[in-house]
Structures are given as C-alpha cells and as structure tokens.
Design a protein around this ligand. Structure first.
Ligand SMILES: [Zn+2]
Length: 490
C-alpha cells in the first residue's frame, strides 16, 4: 500500500461522515425551503385567508390539487362526478332579531335593547314570561326544582366556554341569561356566535335559547327589587351561596338568518398494492377565516400561516414522499378539509360520507398548526392513550431514532382539531407533531397570533420542527401502510 492509497483511505474515513452530514443538512434545508414556499403562497393576501365559498377557496383547492396530481397521485373521492374535490354544503345561522322584555309584577321594566343579546342555534326560539333566578357563577348547579321553567341568571366572569350554560339547561332551566361582568362585551359574544353557528346541511339544530346582558343593564332591571347588582356579586362570592329568585320575569325571543356555503374537501390517494387490506389517512384543514379585522386596522386578512398553511405544507410534502415510493401495501388517503374553523365540519362530512368504509382506515394522522418548534424536539401526541396506535407510533419512533414526549397534556386540545370528528366515528386518529410536545409554544401561539391577522409568514419563520414532522409522518404512513408491520385486524 503506497502513501497515496493510505492518504485516500484516511481522507475517506475523515470526510465521508461529514459528507453524509452535509447532505442531510442540505436535504433538511431544501425541505424547509419547500415548506416555506407552500406556506408563503397559501398564506399570501392573494389567497385572502382561505375562506370557504370564496375565490380564496378556489385558489387553495387548485394549489393542493395541482401539487398532488403533479406527484402522480389519483383522486380519492371515489366519485367520478367529483374527482379530487368532494362537495360539502354548510348552513350558517347568524343571529338576526333579538328581543328581551323584562317585567316586574306585571309591569314592564325598561332595559335598553342594545344591552341585551338573545341568540338561538335554530331558526327561531321563544321563552315567555319566565321567572328569573340568580345562580351566581354557576360553580354549583341548583336542583331541578329550583330551575325548572326559569331563566338562570349567570355571572360570566369572562369565561368563554358554554359548559356552565349547558349544565344549567340540562338541569331544567328554560334558558340562561349570562351577565357580562368580565372582559367579554356583547359585540364580542355576537362576533363569536357568527362563526360558531355553522353546521352541515341536513343536520338538526336545536331551538335552544342563549341570552346575554351587560352588567349595567341588569342593574337597571333590578331597580326597585330587593337586590341590587353589588348584592348579587357579593352573594355569589360567598362560599355558602344558594340560588336567589329575583323579583323579575323575562320574555326572550331570537331568530336566525340562514346562509349556505358551497365548499369542498380535497381528497387524493397514493394507491397501494393491496387496498383490500385497508388504508392510512393523513389530514390537514385548508380553511381559515378570510377577512377577519375591521378598518382602521391596516391588515384585515387572517392569512393563517401557522393555522393551517403550515399543516397543509407538511401534508403536501408527505404526499410527495409517499408518491415517490416505495409502493405500500395499503392505500394512503390525503385529505385537506374545509370548515374546520367553523366546527370540524369538513372532517365530519368526510366521516359521514367516506370514500371507503371508515372501518378500513387503520390509522389517521391530523396535522394542524405545526410551524412552532425548532428542529430536534421530541414528538407530542394529541390523543395519546385514546387509540390503539400508541405502541406502533412508539415502534416507529424507535426505528427513526426519535423521542416521544409521552404524557397526556396535549390531550387537552383533542376536541379542537379534525381528528376529534374522526374519533367520534371510531377512526383511530391522533395528531403527532414536534410542535405539540412543548405546550408552552402552542399556548404562546394561542395567546398571540392565533386567529388574528398577525398569523403571517415572518422572516426567519421556524420550520425546523415542521420539517421533522414531514419525515416522521412519512415514516408513520409507511409503517401503517405495511401489512406485515400492522396486520389487518380480523
Ligand atoms: Zn384555527
């Protein structure tokens, strides 16, 4: 062996791992670049916030469909009349008229109508001359006898959920009048309800009644009764609080206006060798809020860069990798849903009208708001412990030399993502992402840009974790698409 050969061996020993590492770095950088390109286009003002039923939807569908067909994928709708794009009709019920009339011993009590908001999720709802009972903060739900046929008057305390209202209705109240004593304004409640009151066409909507009143208007209504508002709040703060019948009755009436939105899920497929063995499903919602701010704000569009252009970008790049092969045993369906922001409605429509029987999906992975974590973080699982997928996900992590953050903390968000609509139909669905192992990142996003016009592409947008997600989700799809690794269940 001469010195030149020795030198070559030494050189190759020294440089080959470096070359491999730099190739990996280059591939990772290229992937981050591809993700950034998708996100920049999908979250551009040109796509106008990807609102269902608008030109922004048409552009979004075209972008996803074009990428997927370029990769050689086929339509997954199983409907020759509607290849790629499965129609979904949404019905919105927006608050229209609102009326609240207060009386005391048969005499009308004047309350300004603009200080009360009465809403129903149905077309019309009415409660007439119901006595009012103050239930404090609703921490303790009164007995049925104390509530039946009555309007429960509840202190809001700035809480956004409707759990207490629902519990009061379940306990027999005819309706709940929530007193906005905290940060929430009537305008805020009205704006939120504009968005919440959507459903799939054909779904039954109740004739429930939900009313809100400002604290000052309730004070006015209480004039001349034995309580004033300060007495009620003091009573509510007492540990020994009990419900207080008020010397007031109220008639509440609400009507809604109906609007229909014609929108679409995008469904593509990477065909497997043995589709009779079932399929794997990957999901990300494409929709967002469109224009969501009012002048004088300068930027009015909710572009939804993280929520959920980032998830779509990951879905598109996983689709590219799976299309390149190797061909799997099972089909892989890729689903970009509509109406997630209006209540997981596209995912629900898919579950109610799937291209193959839902029982054939061996695993589903949802991808939502993933451009948060830097590279190299462990993967969190939303839905950990709730499906039969955990052991296989752990096996893939081991195979890929990745860490999982095994706890149930991320499960707090399970109902707020499309996987929940699938879980309702017994499809084993989880969300696996490095952005969801560090809830501080997720919560910071919720507190800052989430559902605001500031969710835009910024210079230096963090895409390291999203790129990791592409690799891991591709490995998961390959594992679950392999009938030897995950046999068909009897
Ligand atoms: Zn969202």
């Amino acid at each position: 062996m001469n010195r030149v050969v020795l030198w070559l061996i030494a050189a190759s020993l020294t440089f080959e791992p470096l070359a491999a590492a730099s190739r990996q770095d280059k591939e990772a950088a290229a992937l981050r670049g591809q993700l950034l390109t998708h996100i920049t286009i999908l979250a551009s003002d040109d796509f106008a916030g990807r609102e269902p039923g608008t030109e922004g939807e048409a552009k979004t569908l075209r972008y996803i469909g074009q990428n997927w067909s370029d990769f050689g994928m086929v339509s997954g709708t199983n409907d020759p009349g509607h290849p790629w794009f499965a129609p979904v009709t949404l019905v919105g019920r927006q608050p229209d008229t609102s009326r609240a009339v207060f009386t005391r011993r048969g005499k009308r009590v004047f309350v300004p109508q603009d200080q009360v908001l009465v809403i129903t999720s149905g077309k019309r709802a009415l409660v007439e001359n119901a006595p009012m009972t103050f239930v404090g903060t609703g921490e303790v739900i009164p007995a049925r006898a104390e509530l039946a046929g009555r309007i429960a008057v509840l202190l809001d305390g700035g809480r956004e959920d409707s759990k207490r209202q629902n519990a009061l209705l379940a306990a027999g109240a005819s309706g709940v009048l929530t007193v906005l004593d905290g940060d929430r304004s009537l305008d805020h409640v009205a704006a939120t309800r504009q968005r919440e009151a959507y459903a799939l066409a054909g779904a039954e909507l109740g004739g429930d009644i939900d009313a809100f009143i400002s604290a000052s208007a309730l004070s006015t209504a209480l004039n001349g009764t034995k309580f004033n508002f300060a007495m009620l709040t003091a009573a509510a703060a007492d540990r020994k609080f009990f419900p207080l019948p008020l010397d007031l009755t109220v008639s509440l009436e609400a009507t809604s206006r109906e609007t229909r939105i014609h929108t679409h899920n995008v469904i593509g497929k990477v065909p497997g060798k043995r589709p009779e063995l079932g399929a794997v499903l990957l999901v990300a919602h494409w929709d967002h809020f469109g224009t969501c701010a009012q002048p004088p704000a300068e930027h009015l569009i909710c572009n939804g860069a993280i929520d959920n252009a980032s998830g779509l970008a990951v879905l598109i790049e996983v689709a590219r990798r799976l299309s390149k092969g190797p061909q799997l045993d099972r089909d892989v369906y890729l689903l970009a849903t509509t109406g997630e922001e209006l209540g997981l409605l596209g995912a629900q429509a898919f579950a109610e009208n799937p291209p193959i029987p839902l029982a054939q999906f061996v695993a589903a992975f949802n991808i939502d708001s993933v451009a948060l974590a830097p590279a190299g973080r462990p993967f969190g699982i939303v839905g950990n412990g709730m499906t039969r997928l955990d052991a296989d996900i752990a096996a893939v992590a081991k195979q890929q030399k990745k860490n999982l953050a095994i706890d149930d903390k991320a499960n707090a968000y399970v109902k707020r993502q499309d996987g929940w609509a699938l879980l309702q139909h017994d499809v084993p669905a989880v969300m696996v992402s490095s952005s969801w192992s560090d809830l501080a990142l997720v919560e910071h996003f919720f507190d800052t840009d989430y559902h605001r016009p500031s969710d835009v592409v910024r210079p230096g947008m963090e895409l390291g974790g999203a790129a990791d997600d592409v690799e891991f989700l591709t490995a998961l799809a390959r594992w679950f698409g392999d009938a030897k690794k995950v046999p068909k269940r009897p």
